[in-house]
Design a protein around this ligand. Structure first.
Ligand code: UDP
Ligand code: MG
Length: 251
């Protein structure tokens, strides 16, 4: 029998999982350690993005042993953006923290991200010392530069998935397959106040990266022009306001 649902949490962790069987038990141990000390009510939403390895079974085991855990399953592999979006809609907390399941992000950074939310709607991690191959580091530096120039942005490290954001903004953004590479821009378009903090980054020890230059670069470029187009055609819904009879009387 599933454990009873915990009371409404302050924070929902949303973690996309695609074939990460070796990483999940370690990750969950680190999350527990980080969150027990954080002094907030939390839930951990693992979004299994159609894994074909032992991840689903491991997640079920984690949920049996810990009432903070909730599992969402995509019926087939639908991509990191789709998994995140499903998690955003499923989250019960007013704040969502996203991180990868591959242990490259460090859950110990989460309390610091949450503390910075005061006065902001999004706190984005910046990998100060990136632990990836040089090909990845250089290609993402070039990608960040081009992306910032085309979208008139100043995002330092859009590829860092470790973020805290207010759930209301995450639910409002335009979603598409690939949106995870543009989240700060999409959130800013919705009026979110964004800040950045340096975070730890670690090498991937188990499992394989799901992206490489070939399957990432062209798609990201097409998406970039899509996002730019959306920016130039943007309708700012926040401009609409109701005028009541009382306002009219006051002139
Ligand atoms: N992921 C996913 N669906 C996919 C590809 C990746 O849910 O189709 C998850 C993956 O398990 C990991 C995160 O998204 O938790 C980031 O993937 P990865 O570490 O391969 O990306 P990179 O570090 O290369 O940006
Ligand atoms: Mg990774």
């Amino acid at each position: 029998m599933a454990a009873p649902l915990q009371p409404c949490p302050d924070v929902s962790l949303v973690i996309p999982v695609y074939n990460e069987e070796e990483n999940l038990p370690v990750l969950h141990g680190e999350i527990r350690q980080a969150m027990e000390g954080a002094g907030v009510l939390y839930e951990v939403i693992y979004v299994d993005d159609g894994s074909t390895d032992g991840s689903p079974e491991i997640l079920r085991g984690l949920a049996r042993g810990d009432a903070h855990v909730r599992i969402l399953r995509q019926r087939r592999n639908a991509g990191q953006s789709a998994a995140l979006d499903a998690g955003f809609r499923f989250a019960r907390g007013p704040v969502v923290v996203t991180l990868d399941a591959d242990l490259q992000n460090d859950p110990a950074d989460i309390p610091r991200l949450l503390a910075r939310l005061d006065g902001f709607d999004v706190v984005s991690g910046v990998r100060a010392q990136r632990r990836d191959t040089w090909v990845r580091r250089i290609s993402s530096r070039i990608a960040n530069g081009i992306r910032n120039r085309v979208t008139r942005e100043t995002v330092t490290d859009v590829g860092c998935t470790l973020r805290a954001a207010r759930t209301e903004y995450l639910r409002r953004i335009h979603v598409f397959n690939g949106m995870h590479r543009f989240l700060p821009t999409l959130l800013r378009m919705e009026g979110a106040r964004i800040t950045e903090v340096p975070v730890n980054h670690r090498p991937r020890l188990h499992g394989v990266p799901k992206y490489n230059i070939r399957n990432r670069a062209l798609r990201a470029l097409v998406d970039l022009f899509g996002v730019r187009w959306l920016q130039t055609r943007w309708i700012d819904r926040r401009l609409s306001e109701e005028i009541t009879g009382e306002d009219e009387a006051r002139g």
